[in-house]
Design a protein around this ligand. Sequence first.
Ligand code: CO
Length: 198
Amino acid sequence: MIEQLKANNRAWAERKTAADPGFFKRLVGQQAPEYLWIGCSDSRVPANEIIGLDPGEVFVHRNVANLAPPQDANYLSVLQYAVEVLKVRHVLVVGHYGCGGVAAAVDGGRRGLIDHWLHPIRELAHDHADHLATYDGGQPRLDRLCELNVMRQVRNVAADVFVQDAWARGQTLSVHGWVYSLATGLVNDLGVTVSAPN
Ligand code: CO
């Protein structure tokens, strides 16, 4: 199995070089992505592939249930580097319908460390309990919670001091909220883009 992966890698590198002999040489020089992707670790939601971008074009941070917690050093390090050094122009917070992390946050199960990681989603569901109760059945309710989670993470990113400082410097930066459908391969733009302090 692992040998197959290495063979795949060699074939991929050859295809890239054949199509564009300077491809890898350019990337060695620098990366200049215009986008930061904050998405779920789910194997069915591969950032570059979904938005049709090559290596070098999107800076990627993924974790379970696409969270942007204001105390998470990993996420904050990625955000600061993307905003202050790479100067990305767009942050894409991308959730997905059918997210196992979102479902696990509210199913009452006990799994260990992940229960702590998912705590913000449990709080979110609690805050929106009345609204969520208007959705028929488990799956529509969970899908709505996936959307609410993305909206909440967009607010987290937009409220972060790195982003606020970038806007204060006059830097062009927008934070978008999308939810990807595993069933269709299409993203749903939630229309919650933030491009200035509010
Ligand atoms: Co997920």
